[in-house]
Ligand binder design. Structure first.
Ligand SMILES: N[C@@H](CCC(=O)N[C@@H](CS)C(=O)NCC(=O)O)C(=O)O
Length: 205
């Protein structure tokens, strides 16, 4: 049995969505970040980084949402969530997963840090405007990469779409404009998938 450690309205949404798409049997354990549960035992013993998500599969513990989604796709190959290894499709899949972590979500994280996540004396509200602009730059790259395709990899849904769409949902929650009709439609299309709705319900339960 797989166990996912998560908290509503965080990056664990990506992992839970992937599990739902894969039809996996899994246990969800809430780590209440607002109560500081991420930074103390037992969770800190499992994940020294203190962050969610973390996935446990037997004795194996994995962190990093992109790695977790990829692991789930590989563990449930019939889900089609990850392209076969050693293919250009797989390389392209990785490109967009890394783009999420390295480019698309960074300005959003900057906004979060300087609005509420950092201790008050560390916040520099003046950077938020620049972060909104930076998000727009990354969103433009994504829009060009998506083009008129249904999914980022073409006509096949993968976990890279989960990573991207959850980040676009995050942008919407922060009122950072996606800036492109195609991206709006892409986000709507993906976030309305039944597995995405089940994942939201599971985390909120
Ligand atoms: N790169 C990591 C980031 C994980 C992360 O920052 N998670 C946040 C919630 S979205 C967290 O757990 N923060 C708690 C903390 O920093 O104490 C991933 O993609 O999994």
């Amino acid at each position: 049995m797989l166990t996912i450690f998560g908290c509503p309205n965080t990056r664990s949404a990506r992992a839970v969505w992937a599990l739902e798409e894969a039809g996996a049997d899994y246990e969800y354990i809430k780590v209440d970040l607002l109560k500081g549960e991420g930074r103390r035992p037992p969770y800190i013993d499992l994940n020294p980084g203190g962050k969610v998500p973390a996935l446990r599969d037997g004795d194996f513990v994995l962190t990093e949402s992109g790695a977790i989604c990829t692991y789930i796709g590989d563990r449930f190959p019939e889900s089609g969530l990850t392209p076969p290894v050693n293919t250009q499709e797989r390389a392209r899949y990785h490109q967009w997963c890394f783009f999420v972590i390295g480019e698309l979500e960074q300005p959003l994280w900057t906004m979060a840090k300087h609005r509420f996540a950092l201790p008050e004396k560390r916040r520099v509200p003046a950077v938020i405007d620049t972060a909104v602009w930076e998000f727009g730059v990354a969103a433009k790259v994504l829009d060009a990469g998506l083009g008129d395709k249904e999914f980022i990899g073409g006509d096949r849904f993968t976990a890279a779409d989960i990573m991207l769409a959850q980040t676009l949902a995050w942008a919407r929650a922060f009122e950072a404009p996606l800036g492109h009709d195609r991206l709006e439609a892409y986000a709507d299309r993906l976030l309305s998938r039944p597995a995405a709705a089940r994942a939201r319900a599971r985390e909120q339960a």
